[in-house]
Design a protein around this ligand. Structure first.
Ligand code: SF4
Length: 352
């Protein structure tokens, strides 16, 4: 091998420094001390990364120029806003460009009292749910913890308001990327300062993953996407469910409640003529009888790639009433920002 080849190979082999976002106060303190700075600089670095919106070490003016240039290779790990779309109800959807050029979606959902961020956990999603735009686009990769935390900081900075709640309901199946999700929850709680009880992790249900997730004894809410009142229909809508009977899923959900003391909510996307019939409401009520839970009914937002339709207001009302008559706690959640392509994955499919 000639010297030219040697140089090229060595350059390619050089590992890229890891982003600092996601490191705890203690880890950042160790990091600055290892680089000849006094320990109190760690607290300053932590403050600038998590609370003052630093996007690069060069932004941190309390550090000397000389030291900043000596660590200039270390990225903080922030994304760029590639596209931003605001709905009339104030919901803002973002397409964020990551360091490798991949795009993920995040959504900021404001009310008077809350600012909720819906975060993605994967680029794309391997679950291929039949009604979902993200699922139609396939799977590219898991997000790292810092790429999840970044979504929250980006929305917080753009709204110039503190984020109060986080829902892990964007692109991807969070329990297929549990390591990053757990790290992100820890950092969003301890470094950004958002209570675990204000976080909801959504899953379509992967065998044994809810059981394992429960062992971490978090105080987050688990939202399980049920979408059907029986196994046969569920397997049609969610391909992976064919190997995971609905009763086994409910057993794991009961274990989650027992181990964590937290309630489980069930998400149910209402698809006209598919899963919104009165007899299916009765079947769902029987399935969940005796389970301390809450059902969120989500009227479907149609997408170009699937033929499902949104039920009529009458059908939604009837379904809700039947669950209530059976003592099931239920609410109807309309996706915010419909006029900005609100449904999961839709913004990405139309803008990239
Ligand atoms: S609904 Fe959720 S789990 Fe299913 S394909 Fe879409 S993003 Fe993935």
């Amino acid at each position: 091998m000639g010297s030219q080849d040697q140089i090229t190979t060595n350059t390619l082999d050089k590992p890229k420094p890891s982003p600092l976002l996601g490191l705890s106060l203690e880890e950042l303190t160790n990091w600055v001390v290892e680089r000849d700075q006094p320990a109190y600089r760690g607290k300053q670095l932590h403050d600038w990364i998590y609370h003052k919106g630093a996007r690069s070490l060069n932004d941190i003016s309390v550090f000397s120029k000389q030291w900043r240039s000596s660590v200039a290779d270390f990225p903080i790990g922030r994304s760029l806003i590639h596209f931003r779309s605001q709905a009339t109800d104030g919901t803002v959807k973002y397409l964020l460009k990551l360091a490798d050029g991949q795009i993920v979606e995040a959504v900021g959902i404001p009310t008077d009292k809350r600012l909720t961020v819906c975060v993605s956990t994967q680029v794309g999603c391997p679950m291929a749910c039949d009604f979902c735009a993200t699922g139609k686009g396939g799977f590219l990769r898991n997000l790292a913890a810092y790429e999840i935390i970044d979504q929250v900081l980006t929305v917080q900075a753009d709204f110039q308001r503190r984020v109060s709640h986080i829902v892990f309901m964007g692109m991807g199946e969070p329990l297929l990327n549990t390591d990053s999700v757990l790290k992100a929850i820890k950092s969003l709680n301890q470094d950004v300062g958002i209570g675990q009880r204000c976080m909801t992790v959504s899953t379509v249900g992967i065998r044994d993953r809810i059981r394992k997730f429960a062992q971490h004894q978090l105080q987050v809410t688990l939202a399980v996407s049920l979408h059907a009142s029986n196994q046969a229909l569920r397997a049609k809508l969610i391909p992976s469910a064919s190997n995971y009977p609905i009763q086994d899923l409910l057993t794991e959900c009961r274990e989650y409640v027992q181990v964590t003391g937290r309630r489980v909510s069930f998400e149910y996307i209402l698809l006209a003529g598919v899963n919104d019939l009165p007899e299916q409401a009765v079947e769902l009520a029987q399935l969940l009888r005796g389970f301390q839970c809450h059902v969120n009914l989500i009227p479907y937002n149609p997408i170009a790639e699937a033929e499902y339709k949104r039920p009529s207001s009458r059908a939604i009302q009837d379904f809700t009433s039947i669950l209530t008559q059976h003592q099931i706690a239920v609410s109807v959640r309309y996706s915010r920002g419909l006029d900005a392509n609100a449904a999961c994955g839709q913004l990405r499919t139309t803008q990239v």
